[in-house]
Write a protein that binds this ligand. Structure first.
Ligand SMILES: C[S@@+](CC[C@H](N)C(=O)[O-])C[C@H]1O[C@@H](n2cnc3c(N)ncnc32)[C@H](O)[C@@H]1O
Length: 366
């Protein structure tokens, strides 16, 4: 792979090599500990956040991510002893970010896993179940849905209900009547055998959820314990809301963020099953990037708000795929000037969306 890197002009000691090859940055590193708690399309690799957090922030300072998504910035900031706050419009993304950054006590985790795996009907701790919605009946085989709802009813008896809600969602994603090679945005439930491009063989629709629930519950417990060894006591705040109207909880030292790109990913729809199963409210009309129209004004409004909260010495670092060349205008409208523009080759490794593409990291100042 051709490396595209720019040596930092202001800080020659920091080597900004950001176009990592698979060998330099293998999948297990990109998806370490809580970063693989739940699939999320559109996140950046934690190592990218780490480079800029180390470069521009010091322990105790506040990092703000107005488009926090799955919480990558918040996790990496916390591990470095930085205070972190993030905002996201999607209730599911906020849940995910909270769960990733929370503290867990190992013996309570183990007790939860045992309770959730219990075969008997919930004894007292379970909740009575509302009837399955038409969406759930359409997208899950009857046995799979019954197992998911049974797990959901047990969550009330656990020490960490939010963590298990994320596990429930992850299992539901795997157990949907979706083709294995089309898990991101399946349009129609699949009810019969089909040729699967991912597994290169004939596959059948998934009929049960229990195996996923058990596997992912154990996996989640391992992952949060692993991050527990790195986690610091630095404060983390996750604010659910529209970033055009949400302020960070204090003066900000560094903004590190990646806005949605116009027309690329529908962030509500990718977790439609989670919104249904967890009873979360969707706010699709307020999602930025659903189209090009209004996009520049919306992102500029978020960055302007971030700029107002920024300390005089602070930086705003933005990861973008600016193929439409919108960001010069957006930065100007937000009252920011570009200090550095770094091109990074992203080597997508898996799935039918495989293929390299470029993204940019923009470093801006008021
Ligand atoms: C590119 S993703 C961020 C991914 C994140 N960097 C990560 O690693 O997980 C953009 C995020 O912006 C969120 N978003 C879209 N419109 C928003 C709005 N009006 N206010 C706050 N967040 C919004 C989406 O829900 C999505 O999670």
């Amino acid at each position: 792979m051709a490396h595209v890197a720019i040596q930092a002009a202001r800080s020659p000691a920091v080597d900004l090599e950001l176009s990592w090859t698979e060998a330099e940055l293998p999948e297990r590193e990109r998806t370490k500990h809580v970063h693989r708690l739940h699939p999320y399309l559109g996140k950046f690799v934690p190592q990218l956040a780490e480079v800029f957090l180390r470069r521009y922030a010091e322990a105790g300072q506040l990092v703000w991510d107005p488009f926090a998504g799955s919480g990558t910035t918040l996790v990496e900031a916390n591990a470095l002893g930085l205070r972190a706050a993030g905002c996201d419009l999607s209730a599911f993304n906020c849940l995910l970010a909270q769960v990733k950054t929370a503290a867990y006590e190992p013996s309570s985790l183990a007790a939860d896993v045992a309770w959730l795996a219990g075969g008997d009907a919930p004894a007292g701790g379970g909740e009575s179940e509302p009837p399955a919605s038409p969406y759930l009946s359409r997208w899950f085989a009857p046995e799979a849905l019954a197992e998911l709802l049974e797990f959901r009813s047990r969550i009330g008896g656990t020490a960490y209900p939010e963590l298990w809600r994320v596990v429930l969602s992850r299992a539901a994603r795997s157990a949907r009547l979706a083709r294995h090679d089309d898990l991101d945005f399946p349009r129609e439930p699949v009810r019969g055998e089909y040729f699967c491009h991912k597994h290169r063989r004939v596959c059948r629709p998934v009929a049960e959820a229990d195996k996923f629930l058990r596997r992912y519950a154990r996996d989640a417990a391992c992952r949060v314990r692993e991050f527990g060894d790195l986690r610091t006591d630095a404060a983390v705040a996750v604010l659910e809301g529209d970033a055009r109207a949400v302020d960070p909880p204090g003066p900000v030292d560094l903004v590190f963020t990646s806005p949605p790109y116009p027309g690329l990913i529908d962030y509500h729809e990718q977790h439609a099953y989670a919104f249904e199963l967890l009873g979360l409210e969707r706010r699709d009309p307020d999602e930025i990037g659903r189209g090009v129209r209004g996009y520049c004004e919306d992102v500029a409004a978020v960055l302007r708000r971030a700029r107002r909260a920024l300390r005089r010495t602070g930086r705003i670092v933005i990861v973008v795929n600016d193929s439409r060349g919108l960001y010069d205008g957006i930065l100007a409208a937000a009252g920011l000037r570009l200090e550095e523009r770094i091109l990074r080759e992203v080597n997508r490794r898996t799935g039918r969306r495989a293929g390299a593409y470029y993204e940019e990291v923009l470093v801006a100042r008021p």
